[in-house]
Design a protein around this ligand. Sequence first.
Ligand SMILES: *Cc1c(COP(=O)(O)O)cnc(C)c1O
Length: 403
Amino acid sequence: MKIPFSPPYIDDDIKREVMETLDSGWITSGPRVLALEKLVAEQTGLAHVACCNSATSGLMLLLHWFGVTRGDEVIIPAYTYAATALVVMHIGATPVMVDSGEDFNIDIAKVKERITSKTKAIIPVDIAGWPCDYQELFELVNAPEVRARFKPVTENQKKLGRIMVLSDAAHSLGATYAGKPIGTWGDFSVFSFHAVKNVTTAEGGAMCINLPQPTFDHAEVYRTLKLWSLNGQTKDALAKTNGAGWRYDIVYPGFKMNMPDICAAIGLAQLRKYPTFMLPERKRVAEAYAKGFANYSWAIVPPMKDDVRESSYHVFALRIKGITEAQRDSLIERITEVGVSVNVHFQPLPILTVFRERGYRIEDYPVAFSCYATEISLPIYPQLDQDKIDYIIDAVVRAYKSL
Ligand SMILES: *Cc1c(COP(=O)(O)O)cnc(C)c1O
C-alpha cells in the first residue's frame, strides 16, 4: 500500500468551480476572492476578512500595518514553521523566540520574561490546529505593568496602546477556543490556504480583522489592507477593465500580494463543505488514531479537545515516549519502507542554519527540542478510510517493536 502524506482534496465541485472561473473570462482578483472573503467571515463570525497570496504575505503586511520596523522585537515560538520568524526579519525587526509547552504551543509563562520596551507584537501559533491559550495571552498583554512598558510610535500603535496579538492561524481554520472560532481571538489572525493546509487555494492566505472596536474601524482597516496588498493602487484590474474607468492612482508604496480568482475558486468550493464534511472527516481520522494507539503506553497522542478548545485536526503529531532523535529517524525510515509517508512538524527554528547563524541556540529551547525529537506526523485527510488508518497504525507499531 502507498499512502501519501497530504494530497489536496479535489472533487467534482472543486473542478467545476475552477472551470467556471476559466470560462468566466476573469482569472485574477475579482468576484471569487470577494466570495471567499465573505465565506471565511461568515464561518468565523467576523465582518471583515481580506485574502492575500499566502499566510506569509498576510503576516508580513499586518506587521507593516502596525508599524513594526527596525529596532523592534516580535515574540514568536521557537517551535513553528520558519515563515513565522522570516516575516519579522523581512520588515527589519528581531524575532525573539520562546520555548514551547508540552502541547507544542508557545509557553505563555515564558513569554512574560521576554517582553521588553522594544516588543511590538506577539505571534502565537496554533500548532497542529490546537489553539493557544488566548485568554492567558490577552491577560498578559493587558496587564498594567506590561502596558506601561509598551512604547507606541505609530498612529495604530498609539490607538491599540499595547502589544499586538497577531495570531499565526495557518493550521487552525475551524478550531475553537472558549466556544468561539479561531479568527476571532487575535487582534488579527492569518489563515493559510497553502496546498497542504486544511482548506487550500494552492497558495493563499486570509487576514481576519478583530481589532478592538470602536477604536478601530474594521471596514477602513479592510480597505487599507486590500489597497496595500495591490501596489497601493486605487483600482484593481477588474475595476479598470470598464473602458472609461482606466484612470487610477497609486497612493501608497504597496506590495503585490493579491489572491487570483482562479485560486480562490478552489478554496471557495472546499470551504463550502469544510464545516460539514472535510473538517469532520479529519476529526474521524484523528479519533481513529487516538483509539488505535490507546493500548500502547509508548504512544502519546496530541491534544484534540478539552473543556475550552477543540483542534482543527491539521496535523496528527504523534510522540513516542522516551526515544532519541536518532531512534525517531529510524522509525520514520521503517514506516516509509512499507509505503506510508510521514513527516516531522517542526524542526525548532534554532536548528535551522539561518537562525543558528544569527545566534539562536537550541539548548535554550529544551521542550521544543524534545517535542521535535520524539515527534512523527501521521497522514490526516478526508480520503483516508479505516483500512488505510489501520495499515498506518500497524506500520508505526511494527516499526516501534523492531527498534
Ligand atoms: C504553512 C505555514 C505558514 C505559511 O503559510 P503560507 O500560506 O505557505 O505562507 C505560516 N506558519 C505556519 C505555522 C505554517 O505551517
